[in-house]
Design a protein around this ligand. Sequence first.
Ligand code: G3H
Ligand code: ZN
Length: 286
Amino acid sequence: SLINGTETFAAARKGHYAVGAFNTNNLEWTRAILGAAQEKNVPVLIQTSMGAAKYMGGYELCLHLVQDTMKSMNITVPVIMHLDHGNYEAAKECIEVGYNSVMFDGHDLPFDENLEKTKEIVKLAHAKGISVEAEVGSIGGEEDGIIGEGELASVEEAKTLAATGVDYLACGIGNIHGLYPDNWKGLNFDRLQEIAAEVETPLVLHGGSGIPKEQIQKAISLGIAKVNVNTECQVAFAKATRKYIEEGHDQNDEKGFDPRKLLAPGAKAIKDTVESRIEWFGTPSL
Ligand code: G3H
Ligand code: ZN
């Protein structure tokens, strides 16, 4: 059933494990993520970025896609439908549409404005039983061809943002969206530890793709309860699809043009990736 994320992630932080948060892009992605969670018998969070939701046709459609897919697949594990990196307007829209959880990402605003807007979203969301994620510091990533390191979260700001009552808190600790550069310094465990010592809120690790297993597991042991994974599923899908085509299934061959066949290896690769990350995160089966 669809639930909010408050208890699930609080239990994860307490229990020193994480619950996976996977981005969806379409029907195949949705089925793969739900199928993996059901197979492992664990709760899962499915999230749509603003861009992916626009691509798919809007938040309402995304919510119905997840709901109806759960029904048709007889999904019995708890699922949290979440807005990833929403701006103020998107967070409000998803609260109205009935998402279970929203991220208000105000990292590019002056901190006081991030704080004020986070408070407003918390008020609106909690009135409807919807969970909220906020962001402090920033997640690195590519901009104009340069991979930025992101801004390390300040402990004081993390405390202040946590005090708004957000249900989970994303913090910049050297993590980066997308692929990691070869000279990446790794996660900043000292800062994570300092934040975790002051903040009881479950912490979120963005940019989960490409971080070595040992670092992810250490971060979880220190207070990370939600790990976001997107790029890794995209790469797995693309690799498997390319391999299938290169094996000779081109447009002259029914196996190469029937979408049900053409997309199957990629969908299986997403499901395998999600299952493997669920194992890494130590999510206990229900
Ligand atoms: O919000 C989404 C995640 O932070 C995804 O990051 O694409 O590097 O796995 P990733
Ligand atoms: Zn992210």
